[in-house]
Design a protein around this ligand. Structure first.
Ligand SMILES: [Zn+2]
Ligand SMILES: [Zn+2]
Length: 242
């Protein structure tokens, strides 16, 4: 008997085979010359952050602590973001998140690894989890897909089963700024008691940082000494008043 499981495995298999044989058209310009989502010309024009605050990854004209980290540093010890969150990165991240363009996780990871490989690397990668209900709706967690690719390329283990989302918080973007902090309180729980000293949290975009801040606090309370936050993109701060 042919089960649904078997059929979907077969479909996956053919998709894989097809994508190995046929180049995927570039997601930005449509030209047919890429194996990881973008052609070389489009890839070369992405807005890579050259200098940033090492603590919060805000893009700056030189590498130095930003005013807001001098004033009130975030929970994490260091942050790394590859791109400025601006076109076409915003669109590509939406594709990765909602439109099944998982091929992008490999592309983003490859570019991230290029910049990360000379650092002292963490011992464990933990993706920022989705609440189980959101995971069911979406079918996958884009941060986990990215973390898996980073794990493979950097040879660092990834665990998605130790930091759990216990409250189904409304998406941060749908809330006014002042509500966002409240929204995140006690959103995470740990499923483990012993952790390595140096961990990187993996997410797609670093915006206000409230989500990762709460996740980092949760790890800190469990004794993790060195916490980094790695994201594909960083929004640019225009307002330094908070
Ligand atoms: Zn292109
Ligand atoms: Zn900063």
């Amino acid at each position: 008997m042919v089960t649904m499981d078997y059929l979907s495995t077969l479909t996956q298999h053919f998709k894989q085979l097809y994508s190995n044989l046929m180049p995927i058209p570039c997601l930005l310009c449509g030209s047919g010359s890429s194996d990881d989502g973008l052609c070389q010309a489009c890839s070369a024009q992405l807005p890579i952050i050259k200098h940033a605050c090492p603590r919060c990854a805000s893009p700056l004209s030189q590498t130095m602590l930003c005013g807001s980290c001098l004033n009130k540093p975030p929970e994490q010890d260091a942050s790394f973001s590859l791109f400025r969150y601006q076109p076409p990165i915003d669109r590509l991240i939406l594709d990765l998140k909602y439109h099944d363009k998982l091929v992008l996780s490999r592309l983003f990871a490859t570019h991230m690894v290029e910049q990360l490989k000379n650092r002292v690397l963490p011992q464990l990668l933990i993706p920022i989890p989705l609440h189980p209900r959101r995971l069911r709706e979406r079918g996958y967690n884009q941060s986990l897909e990215l973390a898996k690719q980073l794990s493979k390329q950097l040879a660092i283990p990834v665990r998605h089963d130790i930091l759990m989302r216990i409250r189904d918080t409304p998406p941060q973007a749908s809330l006014p700024f002042t509500e966002r902090k409240k929204n995140m309180k006690q959103a995470f729980q740990l499923n483990k008691t012993k952790f390595p000293d140096h961990i990187a949290l993996i997410d797609d975009v670093l915006t206000t940082g409230h989500t990762v801040n709460v996740a980092a606090k949760t790890l800190r309370q469990a004794g993790v000494e060195n916490i980094e936050v790695w994201t594909i993109a960083r929004t640019v701060k225009h307002d330094h008043s908070h």
